[in-house]
Design a protein around this ligand. Structure first.
Ligand SMILES: Nc1ncnc2c1ncn2[C@@H]1O[C@H](COP(=O)(O)OP(=O)(O)OP(=O)(O)O)[C@@H](O)[C@H]1O
Ligand SMILES: O=P(O)(O)OC[C@H]1O[C@H](OP(=O)(O)OP(=O)(O)O)[C@H](O)[C@@H]1O
Ligand SMILES: [Mg+2]
Length: 281
């Protein structure tokens, strides 16, 4: 059986489970379950702390894992990213009281509190900065107010936690992160892994695209398909009504209303949008 690590709780857990369910895999029944076996697909899932997942995958004890890129970098485990999964987006940033530390060069000699010691130490080394890194388990934004540190380095999603603590980011983001599918760096090619990647990629495409169908006069079909080029190429079929064709095309969901307006303006009618539930491209 293929063995896959998934986050057992936290920001990535629900989205990871939802994505695998949409890809046709059976998931755990209750949030306390530590494993789930999907017999028909010959896959076993292990629900682990996202911070530990790269370690299990790097050791070869598990074949694949889903976790955050920042956690992978922090672990220093030798794994490779196979696919970005489009959820769990965040940036990793330095922050301090406004006016106290405003530039990366000001970090020299400062005390930096973080739960991501690996990420921060790598960044400081690459930037040639010597500073003291203080490891805390969480709620690091409190460290400045309590006097334990001058600066924090932490995950920022909305920025609400930093604002609440009276801190402001400075410098460029140390890194950007999202949920990723990972495998051991030196793993051999494996058909079963390819099949998981194809399924997850299918979910990403099904989420990003809708199926657009419309009727248009044949003389303007070239203008219409320029608006809806699809992924490979749109399907154009004759209509019973002379001089008209029907077009079907996968179209990015984000643009769909603008494209429908423009199609209508060049004379397209019967414009219909439907969801794609699954696909293999
Ligand atoms: N708002 C957020 N807070 C924390 N992590 C986030 C957030 N948005 C995305 N992430 C990503 O989720 C991963 C952290 O997941 P993890 O489950 O360890 O943290 P968590 O959601 O803070 O849970 P907990 O603190 O309860 O352990 C990282 O890859 C991080 O980039
Ligand atoms: O930019 P925001 O939307 O405010 O989100 C980022 C905050 O959320 C996380 O904290 P969490 O609630 O996980 O607590 P923790 O620090 O104890 O992990 C993270 O560590 C930041 O503090
Ligand atoms: Mg947290």
């Amino acid at each position: 059986m293929l063995r896959i690590a998934l986050p057992n709780k936290g920001s990535l857990s629900e989205s990871a489970t939802r994505m695998l369910t949409e890809a046709g895999y059976r998931q755990r029944r209750v949030a306390k379950d530590l494993t789930a076996t999907d017999e028909p697909n010959r896959v076993q899932f292990f629900y682990l702390r996202p911070r530990d997942i790269a370690t299990y995958v790097a050791s070869g004890d598990l074949d694949l894992g889903i976790t955050g890129r920042d956690l992978v970098v922090d672990s220093r485990a030798p794994v490779e990213e196979l696919l970005c999964l489009g959820f769990g987006a965040s940036t990793f940033r330095y922050a301090a009281r406004p006016g106290t530390v405003t530039d990366l060069t000001d970090l020299a000699g400062k005390r930096i509190a973080t739960s991501f010691t690996g990420v921060v130490e790598r960044h400081l080394a690459e930037s040639g900065i010597t500073a003291t890194v203080i490891h805390l388990d969480g709620a690091v934004e409190n460290a400045v107010g309590l006097g334990v540190a001058d600066v924090v380095a932490d995950v920022v999603e909305t920025g609400a936690t930093l604002r609440q603590a009276g801190l402001a980011v400075f410098g460029d983001p140390i890194m950007t992160s999202e949920a990723v599918l990972i495998r051991r760096g030196t793993a051999e090619p494996d058909q079963r892994v390819e099949s998981v990647i194809r399924r997850l990629h299918g979910v990403l495409v099904a989420r990003r695209y809708v199926m657009l169908a419309y009727d248009v006069r044949a003389e303007v079909v070239e203008n219409a398909v320029a608006l809806t080029p699809g992924i490979e190429s749109p399907t154009v079929s004759p209509l019973h009504r002379e001089g008209w064709v029907a077009v079907q095309s996968m179209t990015p969901r984000a643009d769909i209303h603008r494209i429908m307006d423009e199609l209508y303006a060049i004379g397209a009618r019967g414009i219909l949008v439907t969801d794609i539930h699954a696909c293999r491209i």
